[in-house]
Design a protein around this ligand. Structure first.
Ligand SMILES: [Zn+2]
Length: 103
């Protein structure tokens, strides 16, 4: 199984990216019902990202806190502000700031 993985690495990377995107989408959908499960999806997505050395897109990176990796839902567990052309997400779970460039 592992050898097969090595041969098809590029293909697997594409599959991994799709999987990461779908996990984050599912996390978003489940968040209102089950926050713990949403966080678990984020964790799984990160594990896939690390295993296949994939990066999250900037859009995907904004969906979770980079300190505690909780799924962030504006007005639920995160406060969104803009300042000096930066988008600031204040995570209410771990009380840390996440800053992103604002387009
Ligand atoms: Zn946090």
């Amino acid at each position: 199984m592992k050898k097969k993985y090595a041969k098809k690495r590029d293909q697997n990377k594409a599959t991994a990216k799709e999987h990461m995107a779908s996990l984050l989408k599912q996390a978003e959908e489940i968040f209102n019902k089950n926050k713990t499960l949403a966080n678990r999806y984020v964790k799984l997505a990160r594990e896939i990202a690390m295993k296949f050395k994939c990066r999250f897109t900037s859009e995907q990176r904004r969906k979770f806190c980079k300190h505690c990796y909780s799924f962030l839902m504006p007005n639920k567990n995160c406060r969104v502000r803009t300042r000096d052309g930066m988008l600031i997400h204040y995570c209410l779970e771990c009380k840390n700031y996440n800053r992103y460039k604002y387009k």
